[in-house]
Design a protein around this ligand. Structure first.
Ligand SMILES: CC(C)(COP(=O)(O)OP(=O)(O)OC[C@H]1O[C@@H](n2cnc3c(N)ncnc32)[C@H](O)[C@@H]1OP(=O)(O)O)[C@@H](O)C(=O)NCCC(=O)NCCS
Length: 165
C-alpha cells in the first residue's frame, strides 16, 4: 500500500535521493551522465529542497509506502500570475504503471482547486513521461530549447485544461 501526503522536512533526504536516481536513470541516455549528475547534484541538494518546502508558492507531495519509504514525489509551483506548473513528478521504477503517478498528479490538482489549467515542461525523448501526460489530458502547446541549463536539448511545454467549477 502507498499513500499520498504533503512532503515534510524529514522526507528531504529520501526525496533528494529519489530525484538523483530518477534523473540519472531518465536523462543520462538523453543528455549524458556528466551533465545529469552536475544538474541533479545542484538542483536536488537537500538545502534547495528545504527552501522549496518553506516556499508557500510551492506544493510538494510524496507517495509513502507502509514501511515509511518514499516511492514517489511531485512538486508544483504557482507564479505571480497564478499560473501553476507541475515542476517535478517522479516515481520509483518498481512502481511504474501502478497508478502512483496519477495519484500524485491528483493531489497536486486538488491542492490547486479552481485553476483553469496546469502546465509542465518535459524533455523531448522522455517518451514514457510524454505518454503519461498525454494519457492524462496534457497537450503539447510549445516546443522550445530546454530550460534549467539543459543546453542543446529541446523540451515540450504541455498544458492540461481543467474544468471550471
Ligand atoms: C513519468 C512517470 C511519473 C509516469 O508514471 P508511470 O507510472 O510510469 O506512468 P504510467 O505507467 O501510468 O504511464 C506511462 C505510459 O507510457 C507508456 N510507455 C512506456 N514506455 C514508453 C515509451 N518508451 N514510449 C512511449 N510510451 C511508453 C506506458 O505503456 C504507459 O501507457 P499505458 O498506460 O497506456 O500502457 C514515471 O514514469 C517516472 O517517474 N519517470 C521518471 C521520471 C520522469 O521522467 N518524470 C517526468 C519529468 S517531466
Amino acid at each position: 500500500m502507498v499513500h499520498i501526503r504533503a512532503m515534510a522536512k524529514n522526507d528531504i533526504a529520501a526525496v533528494s535521493r529519489l530525484l538523483g536516481q530518477s534523473w540519472r536513470r531518465t536523462y543520462s541516455p538523453i543528455m549524458g551522465e556528466d551533465t545529469v549528475a552536475r544538474l541533479s547534484d545542484e538542483k536536488h541538494a537537500p538545502e534547495k529542497l528545504a527552501a522549496e518546502l518553506a516556499d508557500d508558492d510551492k506544493m510538494s507531495f510524496v507517495a509513502e509506502r507502509t514501511d515509511g519509504s518514499i516511492a514517489g514525489y511531485a512538486m508544483a509551483a504557482m507564479d505571480g500570475n497564478g499560473d501553476v506548473t507541475l515542476n517535478r513528478l517522479h516515481v520509483e521504477p518498481a512502481e511504474f504503471g501502478m497508478g502512483l503517478a496519477v495519484d500524485l498528479l491528483h493531489a497536486v490538482l486538488a491542492a490547486h482547486a479552481g485553476i483553469p489549467s496546469i502546465a509542465l515542461e518535459v524533455i523531448e525523448g522522455n517518451d514514457r513521461a510524454i505518454a503519461f501526460y498525454r494519457k492524462h489530458g496534457f497537450e503539447v502547446v510549445e516546443r522550445r530549447p530546454a530550460a534549467h541549463g539543459v543546453g542543446g536539448h529541446a523540451s515540450l511545454i504541455m498544458r492540461r485544461l481543467l474544468p471550471m467549477a
